[in-house]
Design a protein around this ligand. Structure first.
Ligand SMILES: Nc1ncnc2c1ncn2[C@@H]1O[C@H](COP(=O)(O)OP(=O)(O)OP(=O)(O)O)[C@@H](O)[C@H]1O
Length: 795
């Protein structure tokens, strides 16, 4: 049993009150708060014998009216007095609730949220929670899971303050769970890993809060806001599993004054009416609970049937547990010090005085299985004591009349089983947590996606796409296909040559294999695969023609980093050729995916350094690994040779390259789309030194490019782009003709650009360094490259 703790806090005079030359009517001394009615003369009494001053005693009276006063209570002091208890309750497994009540502009939001640089209770409690989690995990094996939600009750309707716009946010239903009590259906819950995560959510939620100007306070919020933290903790305490869940409601109520006192009309009056409905119900609930506890205290009094009207408002229904139930609850009544607000302030003080009488029944919220384990263990201890005393009597109350020893064994087996079950469950929860908390980690101005599971990162070739998709490859099989597949696919994709059941990623004990299905197009590091292929950290995967991914294996990457540190990398099974190819492909990808650069650039740089070291140390990859790789990837040897050529070229330039620094060919064209949308795309293969990539474009796109660049580089005007008469007819002959035209045009195009003084590609400027990067910088038109193994078109 615990009474609701009540604190009163008085704020400084605000501008409006100062302008009105209002008088200060609040005095505080220790836990006492006194209010003076200036209308009643000193030493006298008012009508019907009213006193000039009224004094109330609370758990705390916080004087925050004057920063210079020695009694001044700062935000930090409020947290130390009240907030630290909330953090403690959470760690002990109790529910907790803090709500701020008071007139508009009296300091509720300031107390609960605070201002920037002067944060209030909610941020401080969250910060306190995480700093204790960090401390605990340093010396304890405990695990934690923290989830937050943020809602607003406005006009008796519940709104999710944290849900994305696309989902339903308004008018959420309040329902009741048979065990867990009232809850908001579909309210979004957000896993958080650190205080930064919470801060972001709080900011987003606060921006969403409904605010409207009133005569009393320009930014007065007209809604009730409930910020909820669900905090789960699990550990082994002297071999004993221990799991507790605590729910913390932090509530910023709307202004308590009557609507008419603020001069509000129309819609606002309606809001006021509803706000008051919640607050009036809150008042009624508080009164009923106070009556109940007084009855309980007075055992001689005949018990009255007291009805607590929780259901009369959304607010009281949702806070049912916090008011007279299973929670350690704190009410902070905020007041103005000015005589002009005498009536409202007195009513707040009375309200708070009444709340003092509420008795709650907080209990530790222990996991049911853990509770059972604890009870069984107690029983085992009791039986062992009896046995030790030589008390070998049969347990007569047991239906099977088991001997004490049998019963003991049974209990021990059950405890073992339950403990194992619990441990598995928690480990699973932790894994899910890890999966879900990859979210975002800030590092300087960068944002890092973190995950411990092997995963794929989508590399979108749509230049207008800005999101990054990450797919986890869970233990077992992950099916990839279209949404029209006969069985449900774990990863649903679309795009050219993507089969309805395309492939499977198999993760067995951390070894991930890509299995192509029914002749589907899958390639790894630019090489099409036809059988199950083991994936290495950093592999670039293409499914169909347009779905490209980078494969990340965080554990393998961590091991590689360790090897690199200890200098063992060169003998480790890193395939130079794979890395080289992967880097090549990644570079291509990065060029047209700026969003992903921040994430992978560092890794690519590291890989490059590794490669250089391997080369300079003259080490080759181990024979076995080479063999495996050769088996797995056709063409590996060729690429190795190519790589070596590249290295030797960087040592001494081949004069031929200067003559012909860029090679263009159009090895084939591909029919894309269907019916009316069918069109041909030409695969243009561009080779600069040893970088080769392809650009897939329809003929008209090349013409657009020509027109655009012609405006910038006058020399191009002299080049003739194939005339329009070639268009319209799409038979093989015309397409083949276009191919040769286009090939010639592009060769001429680059030749002109290499000689143009204004062009960044001028041979004197780029020389041997002409690279894909230079060309793509010159025009992003050449950025787009996908690997294609389509059987359409000519080979
Ligand atoms: N203890 C305090 N010390 C300094 N400034 C305060 C204090 N309490 C409130 N204020 C200031 O008074 C103004 C009104 O406070 P606040 O917005 O917290 O009121 P409120 O009760 O939440 O109002 P509403 O019901 O409209 O939400 C704010 O500018 C706030 O910064």
């Amino acid at each position: 049993m615990a009474s609701v703790k009540v604190a009163v806090r008085v704020r400084p005079m605000n501008r409006r009150e100062k302008d009105l030359e209002a008088k200060f009517i609040i005095q505080m001394e220790k836990s006492k708060t006194t209010i003076t009615n200036l209308k009643i003369p000193e030493g006298g009494t008012g009508d019907s014998g009213r006193e000039r001053t009224k004094t109330f005693t609370y758990d705390f009276s916080f004087y925050s009216a004057d920063t210079k006063s020695p009694d001044y209570v700062s935000q930090e002091m409020v947290f130390k007095t009240l907030g630290t208890d909330v953090v403690k309750s959470a760690f002990e497994g109790y529910n907790a609730c803090v709500f701020a009540y008071g007139q508009t502009g009296s300091g509720k939001s300031y107390t609960m949220m605070g201002n920037s640089g002067d944060s209030g209770l909610i941020p401080r409690i969250c910060e306190g929670l995480f700093s204790r989690i960090n401390e605990t995990t340093r010396w304890d094996e405990a695990s934690f899971r923290t989830e937050v939600s943020y809602l607003e009750i406005y006009n008796e309707r519940v709104r999710d303050l944290l849900r994305r716009k696309s989902s339903k946010t308004f008018n959420l239903r309040v329902r009741e769970h048979p065990k867990e009590g009232p809850y908001v259906e579909d309210l979004s819950k957000h896993l958080v890993q650190n205080y930064g995560d919470v801060e972001e959510l709080m900011d987003a939620g606060n921006i969403n809060r409904t605010t409207a100007a009133t005569g009393m306070n320009d930014v007065s919020s007209r809604s009730h806001a409930i910020f909820t933290i669900k905090f789960t903790q699990a550990k082994f305490d002297s071999e004993m599993p221990c799991e507790t869940v605590s729910k913390i409601h932090l509530v910023d109520l709307a202004g308590s004054e009557r609507a008419d006192a603020t001069g509000a009309t129309g819609v606002r009056l309606k809001e006021g009416g509803n706000i008051n409905k919640s607050l009036v119900t809150l008042g009624n609930v508080i009164s009923a609970l106070a009556d109940l506890s007084q009855d309980a205290a007075n055992t001689l009094a005949k018990k009255k049937q007291v009805f607590v009207p929780y259901r009369d408002s959304v607010l009281t229904w949702l806070l049912k547990d916090s008011l007279g139930g299973n929670s350690k609850t704190i009410m902070i009544a905020t007041i103005s010090p000015a005589d002009v607000n005498y009536g409202e302030t007195l009513s707040t003080l009375r309200y708070a005085n009444r709340a003092k009488n509420i008795i709650n029944k907080p209990t530790i919220n222990e996991d049911a299985n853990v509770k059972l384990i604890r009870e069984l263990r107690a029983e085992i201890a009791r039986l062992k004591t009896l046995l030790a005393q030589g008390n070998q009597i049969a347990l007569l109350d047991s239906p099977t009349a088991l001997s004490m020893e049998e019963k003991l064994q049974q209990n021990e087996a059950r405890v073992q089983e339950l403990t194992k079950e619990w441990t598995n469950k928690w480990n699973e929860t932790q894994n899910i947590l890890k999966e879900q908390t990859l979210a975002l980690r800030k590092e300087g101005i960068g944002v890092v996606l973190d995950s411990e599971l092997p995963h794929l990162i989508g590399i979108d070739d749509d230049l207008l796409s800005t999101g990054i998709i990450l797919y986890h490859l869970k233990e077992g099989q992950t099916y990839v296909g279209r949404d029209d597949a006969s069985t449900e696919q774990d990863i649903v994709l679309h795009g050219l040559d993507l089969e309805s059941e395309h492939c499977i990623f198999e993760n067995i004990g951390g070894t991930v294999t890509l299995i192509p299905l029914s002749g589907s197009q899958c390639s790894v590091n630019g090489v099409q695969i036809v059988e199950a292929t083991h994936l290495n950290q950093g592999a670039v995967i293409l499914l169909g023609r347009t779905n490209m991914f980078r494969f990340n294996h965080p554990k393998e990457a961590a091991k590689l980093r360790e090897k690199r540190k200890s200098g063992l990398l060169s003998s480790f099974s890193l395939s130079m050729t794979d890395l080289s190819k992967s880097r090549e492909n990644l570079s291509a990808v990065m060029l047209y995916n700026p969003g992903i650069n921040a994430y992978i650039e560092e890794e690519v740089q590291r890989r490059l350094q590794d490669l250089h070291r391997v080369i300079s140390e003259g080490c080759s990859t181990s024979a076995d690994t080479m063999k495996d790789n050769e088996k797995l990837h056709n063409g590996t040897i060729q690429r190795k040779l190519k790589y070596e050529r590249m290295v030797s070229r960087s040592l001494g330039a081949n004069p031929d390259d200067l003559k012909d620094p860029i090679k263009i060919s159009i090895p084939r064209y591909v029919l894309c789309g269907q019916g009316k949308d069918a069109h041909f795309e030409f695969e243009v293969k561009i080779t600069v030194l040893d970088e080769t990539w392809t650009v897939f474009r329809r003929y008209s796109r090349f013409r657009e490019m020509h027109k655009t660049l012609k405006l910038k580089y006058a020399e191009l005007a002299a080049l003739e782009f194939p005339p329009k008469k070639l268009f319209g007819n799409k038979d093989e002959r015309v397409i083949a003709e276009r191919r040769s035209h286009l090939e010639k045009y592009l060769r001429d195009f680059f030749s002109v650009m290499l000689q143009s003084a204004t062009s960044p590609l001028h041979i004197n400027k780029v020389g041997l360094t002409l690279s894909k990067h230079t060309i793509c910088e010159f025009s992003p038109f050449f950025k787009k490259g996908v690997f294609d193994y389509s059987s359409h078109g000519t080979g």
